[in-house]
Design a protein around this ligand. Sequence first.
Ligand code: DX5
Ligand code: ZN
Length: 217
Amino acid sequence: MKILAPSILAGNHAHLLQALEVAEEDGRKWIHLDIMDGHFVPNLSFGPQTVADLRKESKLFFDVHLMLDQPDRYVDSFIQAGSDLISIHLEPKYDHNATLDKIKKAGVQTGMVINPDTSVEGLIPYLDQLDLVLLMTVFPGFGGQKFLESVLEKAQVIADLRKENQNNFLIEVDGGVGPEHVTACLKSGVDIIVAGTAYYERDQAGRKEFAEAIELN
Ligand code: DX5
Ligand code: ZN
């Protein structure tokens, strides 16, 4: 399964639902929702009420990326809001296991994220519990940054570990991804490609072409 998950961070926030509708009309199955706390990342986005309200209007798979210092404090709200998958960052200090347990017990899929300068070793103890590993290909906080191609070496390492341990988690990349990076991403074992700017700046034909380059693989 190869999927393009548009990130609505790049949409018009006065009309977020329209950003979802564009993706839905385009045939996308996933939508990526970026939650920022102004601490873990130097920016703010939107919160659980926005996710809950969008949930009522959309059948897309909600791929929720929590960029929070204390995801353990907020994860319940994002479960309640109707997330289908919640990814939490490895870097901050909190009880990662308890937080993953809580997500799983609620019947929501689990993801763990690492920043470009975090090595994959720290993820190893969690791999058996994960539905998704998210590798940041920019430093999180803002859309429209430059794709860090060197992160794909980590994707390859994670893909090898997945094979070795017979895990089933998906591998996702997020940040700066455009059509020109698709081949390299897929070659490195990536399943889910998040794209904000490169998706929403295109017209419908361009978006379809971008998606098909991924999803026909
Ligand atoms: C970055 C976010 C990304 C962002 C991607 O902090 O986690 O999901 O929306 O946007 P682009 O594709 O514009 O880098
Ligand atoms: Zn994201």
